[in-house]
Design a protein around this ligand. Structure first.
Ligand SMILES: [Zn+2]
Length: 1004
């Protein structure tokens, strides 16, 4: 074991050079052994509790890089932790080929796209003869599939590889067809016209997977209110607040943009809109003929008739109106829209613009049509109030956006329509909004328009996406209210980690509506009833976790013949429907096998934990919930979702253009799997962005090296066989280290249970290391024989390595093999549990006292510059400790910190009445207590008869060593000792307070 008297001890560098770890061979050795011993293969074991953990399967169009690694590593750490807690853990992996990106990539290879070929060669290190074959999309998928699998093995992921599959496998396609037929039977797949995000170039719907930067196109439904001008043309304005049409005072037109006069063949109407709007209308299924062009400035001043109030309103110029937003015209409601109010003010104050457009005296007054808390009465102008409140200067002020949102939501939730809105008078705004909208839609005075709200959204092909109204498209009807209800029920009953994401799920479930589930191109499964369509990637990846159960049998090709598989098999296995004998004969499977698969499904399902990045909350993870509640009984609904943030490389976002994408396999080769795993997890808790840095990796490696060395020394020590039966050493620092260890186990277990992995890894790697260093320092200063510390150090290492195992599996196995005499994997050594009996508050208090005294002593030596001959510690008198305890219990237990109250209590009690002679001392003690951490106060409440002299005497050597006073004699007295030979020099002792001995230095 560690040789305490060796001068080099504690110097990691020296030790490292002695025993540099051969990481590569250690990693290889354990990978082989895990595989040989089939340690990660999980089969039903009815005597043990199962834990089914899955992570969103990867898309193999590139090798995995550090950014991908975080989610998978987290899931693996979770899986390994649960195994050590005794669960039968199933952690499988599949590969998602579905969709267009791989197809698009193969086309770019065929076109010899320079950028892409360079990426293959320089960043991904794909051999040339391999990437030239990438004109075949499947070759791309297979190549990176293999790369990713190798990387996962090299990182030590504890995956049951017997269950691997890809989403273009024949039986997977049969399974997806079954899923889709099942959903259709339940009426959840509908055909119709619905808006979708759309790439005009690819002629395909787009979702997050298809866009640059992985943005899900989001759009809103606007009401187009039709204002008519005298020559019959319609000026449509897009609004989210149709109920404010009663307050419209004018329209806004941008004088500097070009508009088009169009004929809508489908409606037999003539409109004026911006050029951009004309294109959008075509995608929304209008038949548009452009008749002529007109500049905005040419129509300023024109009058248009409000279809509801029949008042003629002027078109005024405004620069905030954008060509690509809505129709390029805006209905102006200055009383309720801060932009409109401000633009009107700006116009009134700008003589030159008025002159330019020949606008005479502008008399427009805001018309208030809504009242709400804080904005009551017809004379009040809400937008003016909020503009004044936020001190907005003009229409270019960015604060105006905030004012708009604030007023919008305030009036939506709290507003009521005023008497000038006819039959809507007195109606809540939230209700009037829909009523006004349907009234004007019915009368033909309005239309609807869908518009992207997060534009620009660019397709991976580079084209800007639009909203398209798609006809005869197949949709998953996430707008179905009954379905939404079940999805909410599932979310509200499951564990969401971290908890703050729960509301995001509920929001998404409310917000989701019909979603296109099939495409014209891409890899994947054909829609079973309409072979022109291919099921898209976010729709064929929602319940595949159940497929892992089947994949084990599918992969054993001798058992299941794909040609014979019918829906009845899936119904039987996954839903428990149908007759065993009948299904077995129909699909040519033995009844025993069918029953076995069904039992395996019943054993492992539901999913106990689903891991994924946060970007998948609004799509994949929500669809995962929707599909489960649609197809399965409540008992098979998922139990937990774990969401994590992304990874920044040395503080920056990872991107090809920044050149900071590092393929995982390269990083492992250079920096070792264990260090990479820890570095990905130790910088941040779940939702925060993790910052990956190679300095952190290096620091971790040197810590791991220290642990390895400790294991090695432990294993070479001849007496280690007797360690388990060795006599427990009762020195203070041994008791302290073992006590600290118990606290660390308890804390780390809580952290792991909540998946606060940063905290857990920190405890294991850094806090425990800190404790170990203190222990070694104490033992060394006491010149203890190395054999006398063996028991403690062995216990410490044995515990620490088991807690480290989920994070750093390779090193942990290697050390475990050295220190444990069994030949089994550390996975079977259970996660440690804290032993309450080893918590030793006296030892903890003692070591804390020594640490504090070293700090104080160093300060005094530095300030006084004395080279002392004697150092005297005066420990507070017994009665002071009684005073201290009394204060502590009143401050802490009765939460009283009022000096007068405390003093009264002290004086009442004969044991502490002496305090009245020294109010200053009492004051100081109160300060001491209030500045101590809660855990210190807790501990001291439990302490009885603590004698501060013992630790000081015990640490004599260390105290003088650490303060640079090696030649001084250290003396320890009790303040009120009656022995005259220890007389109180210059009355120093009276300054002693409990846990704060007085220190006196004598230099002669
Ligand atoms: Zn495109």
């Amino acid at each position: 074991m560690t040789s305490i008297n060796n001068k080099n001890n504690g110097d990691a560098k020296n030790r490292g050079e002695k025993n540099r770890i051969d990481w590569n061979s250690i990693e290889e050795k354990w990978r082989d052994r895990w595989e040989e011993q089939r340690i990660f293969q999980a089969d039903p074991d009815f005597a043990r509790k199962k834990y089914f953990i899955t992570v969103a399967y990867p898309y193999p169009n590139s090798p995995q890089h550090i950014g991908h690694g975080r989610t998978y590593t987290l899931a693996d750490v979770h899986a390994r932790y649960m195994r050590m807690k005794g669960y039968n853990v199933l952690f499988p992996m599949g590969f998602h080929y579905t969709g267009t990106p791989i197809l698009a990539m193969s086309r770019r290879v065929a076109a010899r796209d320079k950028d892409l070929l360079e990426t293959f060669e320089k960043i991904y290190h794909v051999p040339k003869d391999v990437y030239t074959s990438f004109v075949d999309p499947l070759k791309i998928a297979r190549y990176f599939h293999n790369e990713i699998r190798l990387g996962m093995k090299e990182l030590g992921f504890s995956i049951d590889w017997r269950r691997e599959f890809s989403t273009v496998d024949i039986i997977y396609s049969k399974f997806i067809s079954w899923q889709f037929r099942t959903l259709r039977k339940k009426g959840l797949i509908v055909q119709g016209s619905h808006p979708v995000g759309w790439c005009p170039n690819d002629q395909n719907p787009v979702s997050q997977h298809d866009t640059i930067g992985d943005v899900e196109p989001a759009f809103n439904e606007y009401t187009l209110i039709k204002f008519r001008i005298s020559d019959g043309y319609i000026i449509p304005t897009a609004t989210l607040r149709p109920e404010t049409v009663y307050g419209a005072t004018n329209l806004w037109v941008n004088p500097n943009i070009e508009y088009v006069k169009i004929y809508l063949r489908d409606k037999d109407e003539r409109w004026i809109v911006s050029k951009e709007a004309a294109i959008k209308l075509e995608f929304l299924d209008h038949k548009v003929t452009i008749e002529s062009y007109v500049l905005g400035k040419e129509i300023v001043g024109t009058l248009a008739k409000n279809p509801i109030t029949h008042v003629w309103l002027p078109l005024y110029p405004a620069s905030f109106v954008q060509a690509d937003s809505g129709t390029g015209f805006v209905m102006s409601v200055p009383a309720h829209a801060p932009y409109d109010y401000q633009a009107l003010e700006d116009l009134k104050n700008n003589d030159s613009i008025q002159k330019e457009f020949g606008l005479k005296f502008i008399e427009v007054k805001p018309i208030t049509v809504i009242e709400s808390d804080g904005y009551s009465g017809i004379d009040v102008i809400p937008s003016k109030q909020i503009i004044n409140k936020l001190n907005i200067q003009d229409q270019t002020d960015p604060e105006i956006e905030k004012a708009t949102n604030e007023l919008y939501s305030h009036e939506f939730y709290k507003g009521k329509m005023l008497q000038n809105t006819g039959k809507y008078s007195g109606m809540p705004v939230s209700e009037a909004k829909d009523k006004v909208k349907s009234e004007i839609l019915m009368s033909g005075d309005a239309d609807t328009m869908f518009e992207l709200i997060n534009k620009p959204v660019n397709c991976r092909c580079g084209t800007q996406c639009v909203v398209k109204l798609l006809n005869d498209q197949w949709f998953l009807n996430y707008g179905n209210t009954k379905w939404k209800y079940l999805a909410h029920e599932c979310v509200n009953n499951m564990e969401i980690v971290p908890e703050e994401i729960r509301q995001e799920f509920n929001y998404v479930i409310d917000w989701l509506r019909e979603r296109a589930c099939a495409r014209k191109t891409g890899l994947g499964t054909k829609l079973p009833w309409d072979q022109d369509w291919i099921i898209e990637s976010l729709s064929d990846s929602t319940i595949y976790m159940i497929y892992y159960i089947l994949a084990k049998y599918v992969n054993d090709k001798s058992i299941i013949d794909p040609d014979n598989l019918k829906d009845s098999v899936f119904d039987y296995i996954f839903l428990g429907r149908g007759n065993l004998v009948q299904v077995a004969s129909e699909c040519n499977i033995s009844t025993a096998l069918l029953e076995q698969i069904r039992e395996e499904f019943s054993y492992f399902y539901p999913v106990d934990s689903r891991h994924s990045g946060r970007d998948l909350v609004p799509n994949h993870l929500s669809f995962f919930i929707f599909s489960h509640v649609a197809i399965f009984d409540r008992k098979n609904w998922p139990k937990q979702i774990v969401v994590n943030g992304s990874v920044l490389m040395e503080g920056k976002k990872m991107s090809k253009s920044l050149g900071n994408i590092i393929p995982l396999r390269d990083a492992i080769k250079e920096h070792t799997a264990d260090a990479i795993r820890l570095a990905m997890l130790i910088s941040a808790e779940l939702l925060q962005d993790a910052v990956f840095s190679f300095d952190t990796v290096k620091g971790i490696r040197s810590k791991l090296q220290d642990i390895y060395d400790m294991g090695k020394e432990s294993s070479t020590n001849s007496s280690q066989l007797q360690i388990k039966s060795a006599k427990i050493i009762e020195e203070l620092e041994d008791r302290w280290l073992l006590s600290r260890l118990q606290r660390s186990i308890a804390d780390t277990t809580v952290s792991m249970d909540k998946l606060r992995v940063r905290e857990a890894a920190h405890n294991i790697l850094y806090s425990l290391d800190h404790d170990l260093q203190w222990f070694e320092k104490r033992a060394k200063a006491k010149n203890r024989e190395s054999s006398s510390v063996q028991y403690t150090l062995f216990t410490f290492l044995n515990t620490r390595i088991r807690m480290l195992a989920p994070f750093a599996p390779f090193l942990s196995e290697e050390v475990w093999e050295k220190i444990d005499n069994s030949s089994t994997s550390i996975i079977f050594a259970s996660w440690p549990t804290a032993d309450e009996d080893k918590i030793d508050i006296i030892a903890e208090e003692s070591e804390q006292l020594i640490m504090n005294l070293i700090f104080d002593l160093q300060k005094i030596v530095k300030v006084t510059r004395i080279d002392p001959k004697k150092i005297i510690f005066y420990v507070a008198a017994r009665w002071k400790l009684k005073v201290y305890n009394k204060i502590l219990s009143s401050v802490f237990l009765e939460s009283k910190s009022n000096f007068g109250d405390i003093m009264k209590q002290l004086i009442k009690d004969p044991e502490t009445t002496k305090a009245k002679n020294d109010p200053n001392l009492v004051r100081k003690m109160i300060e001491d207590i209030l500045s101590d951490p809660i855990e210190t106060r807790n501990r001291r409440l439990l302490l009885e008869n603590f004698d501060e002299r013992l630790p000081i005497e015990d640490a004599r050597n260390l105290l003088s060593l650490e303060s640079g006073t090696e030649h001084a004699e250290i003396l320890v007295y009790l303040e009120d000792d009656t022995d005259q030979s220890k007389h109180d020099l210059k009355s120093k002792g009276k300054f002693a307070r409990p846990f704060k001995p007085a220190i006196y230095l004598i230099d002669q």
